[in-house]
Design a protein around this ligand. Structure first.
Ligand code: HEM
Length: 319
């Protein structure tokens, strides 16, 4: 039989014959399926209809849509960051044994944090010379009351990124860091994380004479405590800090000595704990200058300033 197939097409047919050899007509049926296949469309692949129908403002203020979409954009970047850290630290893949993977994966994570830091001006109020460019302060001051007690405080992604990046000991509330430095009980460590102590109402005490928890924190704990404790356990021996400082594999000795990796880790630490958090705080100061409590009910002036949290993923590198 004569045919006009070129060499490449023939080789592909051979491969397909090999792949679809389960039954006599498997290849023919699959080729016929290909004949009727309409091709993939962008809108299906990206799930565009689903994606752009995920915004449901709770009020009639126009700018609430900006607030929702920007949080969603940030969550997607958080997803990309976790994707990198999950692959990098996988005990099956052991990517962390190769220096280039440190550069590639942590480089990407830093790049993603840069993006959400640079774009934080979307959440800033308009400037005098261009009042309509940014996010409306008056509208925000009104619609935020319809969102209570929901708050960015309740994003579990940032809590996971922290646990993937460093040891729980480095995430403790400043006042107990020294006292708990040799503590190994995960539950005790978890209960003393800085944000757990931050999500409180200053000046108001519960029955045990602890600062009273905000409803935002209570709701968050109800939804995520079990999941986060399991997550903390999973990352106990595979977070970036552990891999860099503790993991006992010979190949890591050389990586630990490499100044490039030290600079990269320091840069990452700085970008999250100073720059991203700093820009977040600037937005809050401009949007909520006269508000004592955040939408989540915390005394944000006490809890949020990076200098007061004093969190560093890799304090050993800053010495
Ligand atoms: C105008 C914009 C924003 C304002 C006014 C704002 C306000 C606040 C306030 C007041 C808090 C303290 C908790 C509370 O009492 O509510 C907080 C916490 C937080 N917000 Fe925002 N926020 C804004 C944008 C964002 C965005 C876009 C994200 C990204 C998901 C975000 C993530 C967080 C996180 C992770 C915390 C906890 C911080 C920590 O534990 O260090 N916020 N925010």
């Amino acid at each position: 039989m004569e045919h006009n197939l070129n060499k490449k097409e023939l080789a592909l047919i051979e491969k397909l014959r090999e792949k679809y050899k389960h039954t006599d007509d498997e290849l023919a049926n699959n080729l016929e399926g290909l004949l009727h296949y309409q091709g993939l469309h962008y809108w299906d692949y990206i799930q565009l209809d689903a994606l752009i129908s995920l915004q449901h403002p709770k009020t009639d203020f126009d700018d609430e849509t900006i607030f929702i979409v920007y949080h969603q954009i940030t969550e997607l970047y958080f997803k990309l960051i976790m994707h990198e850290l999950e692959i990098f630290s996988s005990p099956q893949r052991k990517e962390y044994l190769e220096i280039n993977n440190w550069i590639k994966r942590i480089g990407r994570v830093i790049n993603y944090f840069d993006k959400i830091t640079d774009s934080f001006n979307i959440m800033l109020p308009g400037e005098k010379y261009n009042p309509d460019q940014f996010f409306d302060k008056i509208e925000f001051s009104k619609f935020r009351l319809a969102l209570m007690p929901a708050s960015g405080f309740q994003t579990v992604s940032i809590r996971k990124i922290e646990m993937m990046s460093t040891s729980l000991h480095h995430l403790l509330v400043k006042e107990r860091r020294h006292e708990l430095k040799n503590e190994t009980n995960l539950h005790t460590l978890y209960e003393n994380l800085y944000w757990k102590k931050g999500g409180r109402i200053h000046g108001v005490y519960d029955h045990q004479n602890n600062l009273k928890k905000t409803r935002t924190l209570e709701n968050f704990e109800k939804k995520y405590d079990t999941e986060l404790l399991q997550f903390a356990e999973k990352y106990l021996n595979r977070n970036l800090w552990y891999l860099f400082f503790q993991h006992a594999e010979e190949e890591l000795e050389q990586i630990r000595e490499d100044e490039k990796i030290r600079v990269l880790l320091r840069d990452y630490d700085q970008k999250v704990n100073k720059v991203w958090k700093g820009n977040h705080l600037v937005s809050i100061m401009k949007q909520m200058s006269t508000e004592e409590y955040g939408t989540g009910g915390t005394n944000w002036r006490e809890y949020l300033p990076p200098a007061k949290q004093d969190i560093s993923y890799y304090p050993e590198l800053n010495l």
